[in-house]
Design a protein around this ligand. Sequence first.
Ligand code: URA
Length: 480
Amino acid sequence: MDPGDLFGAGPRAVSLAAGADVTGFRNAVRRLVAGDVPPERVVWSVGEAPGLFGATDESGETPPLALPRGVADLVTRVVPHRDPERYALLYTLVWRVLHGERRLLEVSSDPLVHRLERMAKAIARDLHKMHAFLRFRLVEGEGPERFVAWFEPDHHILQAAAPFFVGRFRSLHWTILTPEGSALWDTSALTFGPPGRREDAPTRDGFEAGWRDYYESTFNPARTNLAAMRAEMPKKYWRNMPETAAIPGLVRAAASRTDSMIERAPQKAIKRDPVRAVAAMADQAPESLDALNAIIRRSEPLVPGATQAVLGEGRVGAAIAFVGEQPGDHEDRQGRPFVGPAGQLLSKAMAEAGLVRGDAYLTNAVKHFKFEERGKRRIHQNPTAGEVSHYRWWLERELDFVAPRLVVALGATAVLALAGRAIPVTRARGPAEFGKGYAGFITVHPSYLLRLPDGAKDEAYAAFVQDLRRVGELATRLAA
Ligand code: URA
């Protein structure tokens, strides 16, 4: 079709690139709206070639539309859906919003809104699965270490999913192959290329045996529940994952292993498998902070011992969220964050900086207390990077629900959880970028102040209060 033909009276054909052509769709929508073309006159098609209004058309001849943020956001979330009607549905949404129904997204009973929200949820689930179940394998050979993974998502999510792996495996060279396209990270740039084939990815590597041993040693045959296992980790993904290659054999042997476990009693506690735990959680896609908290409450600590999970505290919609490391002894007993000595110091500093604790949201990167018992005392243990990444999924969802304007990382563990990599707090102290929909700020953890020698305490405390004043100013500016 000739683009000049677009604004005539007949049906309007719009062809977009295969996959998730967000840019092409946005450009098409701008032109269609500028030409006053109603949804019923548009025929959407998806081809192999770049879309008619594809990436080359970002010059902005037609100005961006003033859409409510939620609508623009929903468009980005739904475009990767494999439903061929997605573009037609989204254009209808945009059209209605621009023609008198500006608050349409608030009408969740509207069939179009309902359908689009369901599509967005399907995409979120697909993303969670890809993040949880994709496994890189080392490519044997000369040259720098390279890792390759094969994955078959249900929707066109490769581009949306890949940045997560950049955050996780920033210092590795890796490629993700899918039947629709590939993503390549060379430790500095992420690029997308042609589809891959399963046979182009190694099926095993040197880590394989280690994973399997680990899985076999943590597998509890008495708890074998195939239905639950399949629900948590759809079978389709099992073959990609070294740890699950052991499942069929283990399940077959489960009955006899159960008998011999009973005979061997007393048993040693079986350590939880973090891989399955994360996968199971990520698959649940909670729809509210309460639902998320219910999952956290039910979960076992990664390291046994904690009395309870300590949830975040504060309002959904709080302007500022503070993220600490993990609950301490007092928090573990009371089930509330920042109530022990470090929390009291934080409250005092907040008050001096003009911040009201009750207006903020307070939470931790890790939700369970990890400690070592020495006599009657429970001595705090720092969480490992693996433990922080285990809890990261929760923190991200939690902040999605709370939607603060500013997130304050208190100390190195919070920085690791929020930024996805270790950044020295002394170097990065101040405003920060965590790559999410909120502004960030890095400062020290109040327990660091408590550990300082007396001579250094006052000055460090004053600097902390000064940081919190800047946090308050920044939040006010962000609200303006
Ligand atoms: N330290 C933290 O990081 N969080 C708490 O909740 C208490 C102490």
